[in-house]
Every structure is written in structure tokens, then in C-alpha cells.
Design a protein around this ligand. Sequence first.
Ligand code: GLY
Ligand code: MN
Ligand code: MN
Length: 441
Amino acid sequence: MDTSLYQSHLNTLLSRYEAALDHFKLDAIVLSAGRKSYYFNDDLSPAFHPFSGIQQWLPFPVGEDTFVVIRASSKPELVWPIKNDFWHAPNSIPKGDWQKNWTITEVKDTEAWKSTIKGNFAALGPEHITNASSFDNSEVNNSKINKVSAFIDFDKAIKTPYEVECIRAANHAAVAGHLEAERAFREGASELEIHLAYLKASTQSAFEEPYPSIIGLNEHSAILHYEHKNTVAPSSSRSFLIDAGASKNGYASDITRTYAAQENDFSALIASLEKLQLSLCGKVVNNQSYIELHQQTLTGIAAILKEHDICSLSIEEQVERSIVQTFFPHGLGHLLGLQVHDLGGKQVDRNGTILTPSADMPFLRMTRGLETGMVVTIEPGLYFIPMLIEKTLATQVNHGLNLKKIESLRPYGGIRIEDNVLVTNDGQPNNLTRESFVRFQ
Ligand code: GLY
Ligand code: MN
Ligand code: MN
């Protein structure tokens, strides 16, 4: 990647943080990556994920016990832990042009270093939550720190060109995996074999995935966060849902595809949902209300349920009586970036004002309007989830559900189609996921 992109990204971050320093009258903001955690009563750790606030500053995956210090009119300072550890790979500082924009301080004892940072600064990251006493920042209380976080998180939603290129690269790596996963499904592979094919083609280990891949055959594709990978293939693989991403410099892609083994009622349903999904992706433009897009999704899915003879009620009635949520219980999508569900999606200003979704869309993760530079997911779904169907049958007298048709579709599980879309300044959404699929053709 062009190093000037990273440099201008750094300049944007510096000006955002200088605005925060000025606004809150602070001398410094200290970002901490966090520490390794351990399983209870054990010396083994889950994979380490740094605090996204520090990862945003550095063009390589950030490890534990690392800090960044931002002061007005100064180069950012990277505080790098020197580890006296023969159990793990040496913790050397990555080489590269990025270094010339930084002051790098190597420390052997990060606790001792922390005690040297005093006064009027805000420490952001897990250290401030779990270990507040280790920073001597009694001048700045937690409520002010939360306000500083909100101020910074609000701007984080707008991606710099460097961040967009990272998410684009993460899409490209993931799409290579998705293509191999589809091939493995069509050859009758098990969920585990499909996952291994995905990892190999997207050149990552399972620990590096931005979130655990969801790989479901048949009924399993109706389980929204299905976490298992069966080692034995079913006797017949009718359908396949894969929700899987990749990372670049800490930035994620988050992509879902659903396939049918044969042309039938289920594949026709996939085609209808894809048409709706594409039309929603086409509306990812500056000033568009995302809540309104979610409402259009509910209406669009109700239309599909009627068209495919799954529910006989009118579109309006399905939406008004929340029957459509039986088949589409989640939100349309979310902001995407360093975190798969990126920060700031419900924050409508720098003061941290939260716009809570209304009661009929409790799982919507994005209530903020779309702006140029945001990357969001567009991920409508349509599932046959026994628990939700039973609930609707038990609570709605005139439900209009065609139980025979539903019973015939239940063995296929469900459908989700998810792309990552950038809001551009020319009114044309840039669908980073579809662009990658086209590049592989
Ligand atoms: N992969 C999690 C999500 O789509 O939100
Ligand atoms: Mn996903
Ligand atoms: Mn998603």
C-alpha cells in the first residue's frame, strides 16, 4: 500500500486528537492496547485483540502492553514493551517507513513507565477500566474520560482513504476464501472441511479471523451465530450459509453468502433476497437515514414472503403487526472498521448522545445517518427459525403463515447476503465486496 496514504491517515488522526485535547483542555491522551487475559485458573490465553483506539494509529497488528501517547504539536509516541521472554517469538518493532512519523520509546517495565505519566491526561483503553489506579491520572475523572472517548469515536465512523484501502484488502482476502468455500460445498464437504478451505484461500489462521466464521449447512444456516463446524458432511447438502471475513492491519471485512445445491423454491428465495439486497446497497449514499433503510428492508422482506406464498397477509399488515420479524429478526447491518461492529453507530454527535432504536427494531446497530467515508454492512436475512415461527403461531391469531410451505423450506435453514459498502462523495456507493468478486472473475 502507498505509504503516503498512511501518512495522511496519521495527519487526520492527529488533527482529530488535537481537537479533542483542545476541547477537553488536556495535555495528552494515552491509548493502551490492553493485556493478555487468561482462562480461569489457567495459564492459557484466548487470542489477543488490541483496543481499536490504539490499533487505528499503527499499520500492523498491535500486541499487548503497547501504548501510544498523543500530545499537541508533537509526533505521536509509541511505547513499545521489551519482553524478556523465551517462550514466545521475539517482540521486535516492525520495520518500515511508518517509523519516521513516530517517536519510539522502548520500555522494559511498562508498570514503571505508567507511573511516570502524571497530571492532566486521559487514558483510554482497557487499562482505564480494569486498572485505573496504575495510571496516576486523578486529575481527570472517569466521566470526562468517557466524554473524550465519545468525542473520538464519533469521528472514527468516517474512514480515511488508508482505512478504506485496508477494508478493501480485507474484502479481497475474504472473497478468495468465499469462492473456495462455495466450491467445497458443491463437492459435498463437511462444515470443518469448508472452513479449512476458506482459511487456506484467505491465507489466515482461525485465530486471525476478525470473528469466528459462521459456516452452516442445511438447517444450521438458520442459526444466526452458529459456532460449530461439523466434521462429518450431512448425507445431502441442500444449502450453505457462510458469514466470514478477513483482516488487514486490524481492519475487518464481514461478508455473507448463501447457496442452494439445486434450482428450487429455496434458490428462488435466494434470488429474491439478493435483488432486495442489491437495491439496498444502491442506497448507501450521503445523508440517507439508515433507520429508513432498515424499514425498507422490513417492507421488502414482507413483499418476498407474500410473493413466495409464505405469508398471505398484506405487506402493510405483516409490517404493522411485526410478523415479518419472524423471518428477519436482526438489524440491516452496522458500521464496519477496526471492530466488526464498529463504534459509534448509535452515536449522533461528539457529545455521545445515543439514538436508541425503536422497540420494533431492537437489534439495529446503526441509527446514525449515512455520511461520506462511512463503511457499513448491508445484510438482510430470511430464516426459518423454529422458535420464532412457534412464537408467532402462539401469539398471533390471524398470522397468515403457510405452514406447509414453511415446512418444505425449513430443511434449508435460512439466507443472509452481506456486503461491505462505502459511502462516497460522488453519490455512487462503492460496494467493496462485489468489486472483489468481480476482480476474481
Ligand atoms: N458476522 C457478524 C455480523 O454479520 O454482524
Ligand atoms: Mn457477518
Ligand atoms: Mn455484519
